[in-house]
Design a protein around this ligand. Structure first.
Ligand code: ATP
Ligand code: MG
Length: 238
């Protein structure tokens, strides 16, 4: 994966995704198009059930669209082989998803270096890179603690550390601050935006927090699986 700032990193054209079959079929995404440039920060905003996570999973190549097309660095994502897909997901993409839990009884360091282990990086280098990223997130003193013993904000920083350890080009974050109090949430946000501004990592964030969305370069608003114009935010959310 290459690309200079502003070049299209991901492009979705009329992508669709349905769940279930027959009468139980539910169209979660009904044709959404967007372009995410290298180095951009993009928020995907909408109410619960509007299709945000569905869209995020498609963009992150964790799921396949039922219709429409998706390109990564200008190449058709549908044509990527398993090996290339796995490499993209493990090396170029970092995930900050609430459902990607930490292993509670493994140490913080072991949790963080998991993507390196998958990539076949040796033990010594895993440790060095894991400690470097934990230091960056001010968690090096917790490296030997079991993940279960950390506070909510610390756990979320460990998830970010794990997303960063492979030097990804894109971070996909699904409600990264959803379970945090506002001060801790702000800290986690600041970390994500500094990665974007300072290191040029492309940021795709799903949120229903309008303040977090406003910090992004661009917002995509979803309602019932479709893009809608920006809503009137002040008081007219219904
Ligand atoms: N595996 C599935 N099987 C059936 N329906 C699903 C499945 N996953 C999602 N859906 C449905 O698709 C719609 C969109 O779900 P999605 O998870 O994308 O919403 P969301 O915008 O991320 O919501 P939230 O803010 O609550 O996380 C919802 O109505 C949901 O019930
Ligand atoms: Mg969701």
């Amino acid at each position: 994966m290459n690309g200079a700032a502003g070049e299209a990193l991901l492009e979705a054209h009329e992508i669709r995704r349905s769940y279930g079959r027959g009468t139980a079929r539910f169209d979660a995404l009904k044709g959404v198009s967007l372009r995410i440039g290298v180095g951009e920060s993009v928020a995907i905003v909408g109410k619960s059930g509007s299709g945000k996570s569905t869209l995020m999973h498609l963009l992150a190549l964790l799921d396949h669209p039922d219709g429409g097309s998706l390109t990564v660095d200008g190449g058709d994502a549908a044509k990527l082989g398993t090996r290339e897909l796995n490499r993209l997901r493990n090396k170029d993409f970092g995930f900050v998803f609430q459902q990607f839990f930490l292993t509670p009884n493994a140490t913080v360091l072991d949790n963080v270096v998991l993507p390196l282990k998958i990539a076949g990086v040796g033990r010594r280098e895993r440790k060095a890179r894991g400690m470097a990223v934990l230091t960056q997130l001010e968690l090096s003193d917790k490296a030997r603690n079991k993940a279960v013993t950390l506070s909510g904000g610390q756990k979320q920083r460990v998830v970010i550390a794990r997303a960063l350890v492979n030097n990804p080009r894109v971070i996909f974050a699904d409600e990264p601050t959803g379970n945090l109090d506002s001060a801790t949430g702000r800290l986690v946000e600041d970390i994500l935006f500094s990665l974007n501004k300072v290191h040029g990592i492309t940021l795709v964030v799903v949120t229903h927090d309008s303040e977090l969305a406003a910090r992004c370069d661009r917002q995509l608003f979803l309602r019932d699986g479709r893009e809608v114009p920006a809503p009137e935010l002040a008081g007219a959310a219904a």
